[in-house]
Design a protein around this ligand. Structure first.
Ligand code: MSP
Length: 625
């Protein structure tokens, strides 16, 4: 069923260069937008830049430029990076554009006229050198938490938005709409936050303190608080185009901007009598050596460097593959190269080049026709493509990008296995017709995989599809991709899609102490293992095994199935509801044909497995470090 899909990224501050954290939001949004285009939805994808406020004004002053000149320069950097990353946004809004500011002013005037905004005194702790207010709980021993200098008590006239009066309404809305804030942990966080009384929001800054902002239409001695200006971009951009996209389907945001999006924004919309977005989805952070990547910490990964080294597609693939949407993940170039080599070069790239070659050997280099080969045999291509596409779609609808990729890669491995099992090199001479049939099927499966991976790797998957005679994936309906391969289409004999990469990352020298003792791992190696608390939801014996139990566990943001060898010592029913410790970033494994996504940790007590449980009630998903 096709519909309408409007997705946004946060608009980026132009006080710093784009880094991997920013690129992530844009890549993910682009991937979802492309999926919805494939699904046939009318799609609008918006991104842009947040250009007002103190931080930008300061960065401009530091660079010796006017704020606007600074913004003009920085915006271009963002646009360049997005272009290199193949981000196909439909619009790019800058909050300094008139189409935005006039609409923000209109709304402000409306809210002022309706009494939703009022004038009052603001009293707080002011840091003169930093030119900013702090609340009582921010300051430490009378000093500014940022620069450490003394703060003074200051009273200032300001304008306030009556946010507090919407508290009960907002709680209600969140409770009644389980998909309004996702993932659930973030929803609970906001509900927890709303347990405290919600105050009104100061939405102005006097021009003498900060002039870089949109003037209040009812008092030009003030500019509007940057968040009040920025959040409205999601509404002003489509309005300015005269297009009817509002309300948004999804605002993708980072978890650090949860309150502004889940508390300020809905109350602002409600006051302005506008509809609320359907979903606000908060992603986790990319960490580097366990801390958030950020410019101020000097630990940023530059997206352009990664694109230059590995290509946009491989980088996009890695971002989607490695992070479970909503949770934190650590970035490592080594992990990127490993993923690339095993899944892109080996599984997908090899399949592609192997098939091209086989088609040249056994089908004169042309796509064998479907009809002539069917002979009443099983139509494997279509039969497995449909359920595959359907379950991929379910994961996309649930924002489970890395699970979607799990099934994609399993599908690709399945095609490789099909080729192995049907062994055209053995049957080519004895059964040419059957061989051609099998190759047709393998090509159909490959086209299906490329089609469904296209939103993640538009360049390379587009290349596979074009080689197979499909010009534009957006022109074919999902269900017919397997049938869209043109019979007799001539394909090249060779293509190197993902050449293997040699890992060339300078190794951090280990300390001599550690080097000299066997069996010691460095802290970095240890940290590669992700260990988390999980709650057991169900437990059942694995078929035909005395030792294995199949467990379904809750990890807070996701549920997983794993297989554990504890059946001889634990009754399944005694395990349900128990919190246990599991390793969660192992590659999925098949144990006796059952998929296991994680490893239950247990002590080996003279051959008897004893599971490890936390000492206190612990939230599922908590990371053990
Ligand atoms: N300008 C505001 C957003 C206003 S939206 C109306 C802002 N900008 S930002 O440039 O600081 O951040 C933009 C996005 O990048 C945020 O969602 C933020 O969470 C994300 N990231 C910044 N660093 C990040 C990581 N290290 N990892 C993942 N995303 C992070 O906030």
């Amino acid at each position: 069923m096709s519909g309408k899909f409007y997705i946004t990224t946060p608009i980026y501050y132009v006080n710093a260069e784009p880094h991997l954290g920013h690129a992530y939001s844009s890549v993910i949004a682009d991937v979802f937008a492309r999926y919805h285009r494939l699904f046939g939805d009318d799609t609008f994808f918006l991104t842009g830049t947040d250009e007002h406020g103190q931080k930008v004004a300061e960065a401009a002053a530091e660079a010796g430029r006017t704020p606007l000149a600074h913004c003009d320069l920085m915006v271009q950097r963002y646009k360049n990076v997005w272009e290199k990353l193949n981000i196909g946004n439909d619009d790019f809004i800058r909050t300094t554009e008139e189409r935005h500011s006039v609409r923000v002013q209109e709304i402000l005037q409306r809210l002022w006229d309706a009494g939703e905004i009022y004038e009052d005194e603001y009293e707080g702790w002011y840091c003169v050198p930093e030119e900013r207010f702090w609340t009582e709980k921010d300051i430490s021993q009378g000093n500014c938490p940022s620069c450490g200098r003394e703060v003074t008590r200051l009273t200032e006239k300001n304008y306030f938005f009556r946010m507090g009066k919407y508290q009960d309404w907002l709680i209600n809305h969140i409770k009644q709409n389980p998909r309004f804030i996702l993932p659930e942990t973030r929803r609970n966080e906001i509900l927890g936050f709303l347990n405290q009384p919600l105050g009104d929001l100061c939405i102005s800054r006097p021009v003498e303190r900060l002039s870089w902002g949109i003037p209040l239409p009812f008092n030009d001695k003030f500019v509007v608080y940057v968040w009040f200006d920025a959040l409205f971009n999601y509404y002003t951009a489509p309005q300015s185009r005269g297009e009817d996209w509002w309300p948004a389907s999804v605002h993708l945001i980072g978890k650090d901007i949860l309150t502004t999006h889940c508390v300020y924004w809905p109350t602002m919309l409600k006051a302005a009598d506008l509809e609320l977005p359907e979903t606000i989805f908060a992603t986790g952070w990319w960490l580097f050596n366990q801390v958030k990547m950020s410019k101020s910490l000097g630990n940023v990964v530059e997206p352009l460097a990664m694109v230059d080294k590995y290509g946009a597609d491989a980088f996009r693939f890695f971002l989607c593959r490695e992070m479970s949407l909503g949770q934190d993940a650590s970035f490592s170039e080594e992990a990127l190269v490993k993923r690339y080599n095993s899944e892109l070069a080996n599984d997908l790239g090899n399949l592609y080049s192997r098939l091209l070659k086989l088609v040249h050997t056994y089908c004169e280099g042309k796509i064998p026709s479907r009809e002539s080969n069917e002979n009443g045999k099983e139509k494997r291509g279509i039969d497995i493509a449909r359920p595959f596409l359907a379950s991929a779609r379910l994961h996309i609808d649930e924002f489970e990008l890395n699970s979607a990729l799990n099934i994609h890669m399993a599908y690709v491995r399945g095609i490789n296995k099909f080729v192995e099992d049907t062994a055209p090199w053995k049957t080519g001479k004895t059964d040419p017709e059957g061989t051609r049939y099998n190759l047709r099927i393998a090509l159909e499966d490959l086209a299906t995989a490329a089609y469904s991976l296209w939103p993640i790797m538009p360049d390379k998957m587009g290349e596979i599809l074009r080689t197979l005679g499909i010009e534009d994936p957006l022109n074919i309906p999902e269900d017919t991709v397997a049938m869209s391969l043109p019979d007799g289409y001539a394909i090249p004999e060779k293509a190197a899609l993902f050449p293997r990469i040699k890992l060339e990352i300078p190794k951090v020298p280990e300390t001599p102490d550690i080097k000299s003792v066997d069996n010691l791992v460095s802290i970095d190696d240890f940290r590669k293992t992700k260990i988390q608390i999980a709650k057991i939801l169900s437990a059942s014996p694995a078929p035909k095994s005395d030792k294995l139990l199949i467990l379904e566990v809750d990890l807070g943001d996701e549920k997983r199935q794993l297989v554990a060898g504890i059946a001889e010592h634990y009754q399944p029913e005694t395990l349900i509801g128990k919190s246990v410790v599991i390793v969660t970033n192992l590659k999925p494994a098949k144990i006796r044909g059952i998929e296991s996504n994680g490893m239950l940790l247990a002590a080996d007590d003279n051959g008897k497995p004893v599971i490890i449980v936390p000492d206190d009630e612990t939230t599922p998903g908590s990371v053990i470090s």
